[in-house]
Design a protein around this ligand. Structure first.
Ligand code: PFF
Length: 446
């Protein structure tokens, strides 16, 4: 079994943090968080999301980083390598199935961003008609041809980057693009807060009215914290296996969690204060961000230009996540042998494209199909965020708690003044499996 090859390591700790923050921060924090919070109880959802992210997500992220750093190979071999029990690699396979399906519906939303970029760019150069506010989300997503082309382009860009193995080249771009995205989010928040009815929106997202929280909301909040931190898919294990030896697990995990929370909060504060002014409702669903933000930008001078820049930054954030999704699937078949990279990336992307078609069509020609969690798109999301991710994380806590030696883990975890290793270890070994299982089982009786 190959160790991770030298060239596929991130060169510096900062490079590793940027890459894993890039994988984590994407559509989850910016698109999915406001959409979920809008449907499942606003402030109460936010509170549950924060509790889960801090008390479950953070220790789990540390756990995944620890496994990656300890095992240093691809995820369908790492579990067997560390425990000596080959069957445990099933956790890696299940994680890979999760990211494969995840990429399938992720690319649908990536495709929407691309269509919006095309439309706004055309308006700017005078080729398109209307204004920002006249771009109708429902019309955009109900056009099967455009949406399939959009997601195809999204998958194609991801594929080319992974194929060339130039993810590391993105480190430099991330250093500029991510802070810029942050600045744009703050700008939107400021503008939204100045609109009519803003206070009501702020109250909606910040005030925890527990009576608005359903059991389903609790489950979705757990799913959201897993989704936003890329947990339970072994994605973070893969990235940590590429990390330089000196990377610090706890600081990296903590900074990613903090950034993720801030971006989710900013996205919420950008959208909810603006919904009243334009007559939208919090429960708009997956289209929430795409409906509200153009209207906010329309209120600014040079709004279309700024919106275009924002969309490009948003696309960049989505791409740094989709790259990690494809990379994960590619790494288990190249087995760290970079000569196979092109072929595997192409085959993987074509397969993802095929499964993403029904997801995209669930907003148009297949919109009549409803079962389980809703449309085909909803079911793919539910399968990943609410079933495979929690189950993957649950299995990984059992793996770490029952099969790995405490002293090996401690070496990688590193010493610290607060002596956090022992509480972390027992949390992962005894508390988290029970909590995840409880929340998970509760959904069966909802
Ligand atoms: N965390 C990413 C987001 O919020 O957009 C999605 C994701 C990426 C999940 C990579 C899982 C993963 F392995």
């Amino acid at each position: 079994m190959n160790e991770v090859s030298k060239q596929s390591q991130w060169k510096t700790s900062t490079g590793f943090i940027l890459a894993s923050a890039g994988s984590a921060i994407g559509l989850g924090a910016m698109w999915k968080f406001p959409y979920m919070a809008g449907v499942y109880g606003g402030g109460a959802f936010l509170l549950m999301f924060l509790v889960f992210t801090i008390f479950i997500g953070l220790p789990l992220l540390i756990m995944e980083f620890t496994i990656g750093k300890l095992g240093r190979t691809y995820t369908t071999a790492i579990f067997g390598k560390l425990s000596g029990k080959k069957w445990t690699n099933i956790i890696g396979w299940s994680g890979n199935l999760a990211v494969f399906v995840l990429f399938g519906f992720y690319s649908v939303v990536g495709g929407w961003i691309i269509i919006y970029i095309a439309q706004v760019a055309m308006q700017l150069v005078g080729l398109g008609s209307g204004t920002l506010g006249s771009i109708h989300f429902d019309q955009v997503i109900s056009n099967p041809v455009y949406t399939i082309i959009g997601q195809g382009i999204f998958i194609l860009i991801t594929m080319v980057i992974v194929m060339l193995g130039v993810e590391h080249g993105l480190e430099k771009a991330s250093k500029v693009m991510m802070p810029l995205l942050f600045v744009f989010l703050i700008l939107i928040v400021i503008k939204s807060l100045s609109l009519d009815g803003a206070a009501e929106g702020v109250r909606f997202i910040l005030e925890p009215r527990m009576e608005d929280l359903s059991m389903q909301g609790v489950l979705f909040a757990l799913g959201q914290s897993f989704f936003a931190l890329s947990l339970g898919t072994t994605g973070m294990i893969t990235y940590a296996s590429y990390a330089p030896k000196e990377m610090t697990i706890k600081t990296s995990a903590l900074s990613i969690v903090i950034m993720n929370i801030i971006v989710s909060l900013l996205a919420g504060l950008a959208i909810f204060p603006a919904i009243n002014a334009f007559g939208y409702k919090p429960e708009e669903g997956p289209g929430l961000l795409f409906k509200v933000l153009p209207r906010v930008f329309e209120q600014m001078s040079f709004g279309a230009g700024f919106y275009l820049i924002f969309l490009i930054l948003f696309l960049f954030a989505a791409l740094t996540s989709s790259i990690s999704l494809l990379e994960l699937n590619v790494s288990i078949f190249t087995k760290n042998d970079n000569r196979k990279r092109t072929k595997v990336a192409v085959i993987g992307s074509v397969l993802v494209f095929l499964i993403s078609i029904p997801a995209t069509l669930s907003f148009s020609s297949l919109s009549g199909i409803h079962f389980g969690a809703g449309s085909i798109f909803d079911n793919m999301d539910f399968l990943v965020s609410n079933i495979l991710m929690p189950l993957g994380a649950f299995a990984t806590t059992l793996f770490v708690g029952q099969l790995l030696k405490m002293k090996d883990l401690e070496k990688v975890f590193g010493r610290d003044r607060l002596k956090l290793f022992v509480p972390w270890y027992y949390l992962v070994k005894y508390v988290l499996p029970v909590v995840i299982l409880l929340v998970f089982v509760m959904q069966l009786f909802k």
